[in-house]
Structures are given as C-alpha cells and as structure tokens.
Design a binder for this molecule. Structure first.
Ligand SMILES: C[S@@+](CC[C@H](N)C(=O)[O-])C[C@H]1O[C@@H](n2cnc3c(N)ncnc32)[C@H](O)[C@@H]1O
Length: 241
C-alpha cells in the first residue's frame, strides 16, 4: 500500500472531488459534466434508497458516499486505510469545515472549503481506519456493502473478494465500482486479473451472489485548473444469495 493517500495534496484533491461544487471542480462549460458527483452517483445510480439497517463503505476516502448512505441506512461503518482521509472525514462529521488550497497552476492555488452535505445524517456514520485485505473477524454482516474504486488499489484484491460473502447478509446488496486501472505501484502484476476485470469479479462472486445490474460511471478528478483525470468506472450491483 502506497502512502500516496496520506499526503496533504491527495487529501485536498479528494476533498474537492467529494465535496466540491460543479463550478469549483470544472470551471469549463465544455467539460464532462456527467462525470461530476461520482461519490454520490455510486450510491444513487446503483441502488434504490430503500431503508437499510447496516451499511459498510469500504475504501471510503474522505467520506462523501458514506454520508450519502446515511440518508437511508440506520448505521454506516466507513473504513479506509488512510488515517489522513479518516481524520478529514471525521472533522466533517463533527460539523467542522475544512479550509484547504487546491492546485490552480504552478505555484498558484485556489482556496476551497469542504463541509458536511445538507442531507447527511452524521450521527449514523462511524469512520475508522481499516484494511480491506485484513478486516476484523467480528465486523459482522451488512445489508449494503459499497466499495467504490477500491479493488485496483489493493496490493492483493483476492482476500477482500473472498471476504465479501461473509460481509453481505443474505438478500443484501453489494455495490462494486472499478475503473480497472491496474498499476504496478499499487498491485503487483501477479495479482492483476488474468482476463477482463468484470469476468474475474464474476468468477469470484457468482457462487454467492447474483448480478442485478451493471453500469458505466464516469468520474472526474481535478489535478489543477487545466488538467483532469476523466475515467469511466465499471459499476456492478450484486445480491447475496
Ligand atoms: C481510488 S480511491 C477511491 C475512494 C472512494 N471510494 C471514491 O470512490 O472516491 C481508493 C481508496 O482506497 C483506499 N485504500 C487503499 N488500500 C486500502 C486498503 N487496503 N483498505 C482500505 N482502504 C484502502 C485509499 O486510501 C483510497 O481512499
């Protein structure tokens, strides 16, 4: 696991990605607006907001999807390996704003303030540091598990995939999204899927899960005011048999 996600630059980049308004992330009218609001859309475009008891957001980063889940789930456990991300999420959860500077160009920066989204139910969310490849045995099971863009950031995704049948209650749902961006800096090639990521996920899950639907989810991360990462995550929704 790289320390990249502990760096202030990445914390600020993710705060903007998760909590920025459209004009703060994308100051260009001709830009890909459909790619905005990704951490909200991985919830709203993948499942319906029917009431659930327990939800797990694993690889939650600075917390936007966990707050989205808190709108209809009684309790959300949100875990990430980065302590810096968890600290930022907890600051927002406690009602404090985070003032930061995001890259504009060269030495220039743009001030940005992140705050709790209006619809969030912070009392329903617990953020904690956790390792998706080595989750505590007593975590229990959940009615909804959400893992957005985590898979190809793990050194070894297999232990996480193997743990999923235990984590999702019978009849519960699993939302997985991945841009299938396999990189040596995160995952040794010996642990990359041997074929298309979706076929590999299906092989890993089909004994215990049924695929309900699949969706392409574009997202946009601003590196600076004139440079962006535009990617398309592959979303899949699974029901635990
Ligand atoms: C590409 S980001 C995606 C974050 C967020 N879900 C989103 O969609 O914006 C990957 C996240 O996985 C976290 N992560 C990486 N390895 C992890 C591990 N072993 N256990 C838990 N989280 C991990 C990183 O800290 C980072 O927050």
């Amino acid at each position: 696991m790289s320390n990249l996600y502990e760096s202030p630059r990445l914390v600020h980049e993710y705060l903007l990605f998760h909590y920025g308004a459209a004009h703060e992330i994308l100051p260009w009218q001709q830009g890909p607006v459909a790619a905005l609001n990704f951490p909200v859309r991985t919830v709203t475009e993948m499942t319906n907001p029917s009431p659930r008891r327990r939800a797990l957001d694993i690889g939650c980063a600075v917390g936007r999807s966990a707050f989205e889940l808190s709108r209809f789930c009684d309790h959300v456990t949100a875990l990430d390996f980065s302590q810096a991300f968890i600290d930022a999420a907890n600051t927002l959860r406690s009602g404090h704003e985070i003032h930061c500077e995001v890259a504009d160009e060269g030495r220039l920066t743009m001030p940005f303030t992140a705050h709790l989204p209006d619809s969030a139910q912070p009392d329903r969310v617990t953020f904690a540091r956790g390792d998706a490849m080595n989750l505590p045995p007593d975590l229990g099971s959940f009615d909804l598990v959400h893992a957005a863009n985590l898979l190809c950031r793990l050194t070894d995704p297999k232990p996480f995939l193997s743990r999923l049948p235990d984590l999702v209650s019978q009849g519960g749902q699993l939302i997985l999204t991945t841009p299938c961006t396999w990189l040596e800096e995160f995952t040794p090639p010996s642990n990359w899927p041997p074929n298309r990521t979706i076929d590999w996920i299906t092989d890993s899950l089909s004994q215990h899960f049924r695929l309900l639907h699949q969706k392409d989810l574009p997202f946009l991360i601003r590196e600076h005011s004139r440079k962006f990462q535009w990617s398309v995550a592959l979303g899949s929704l699974w029901e635990r048999l």
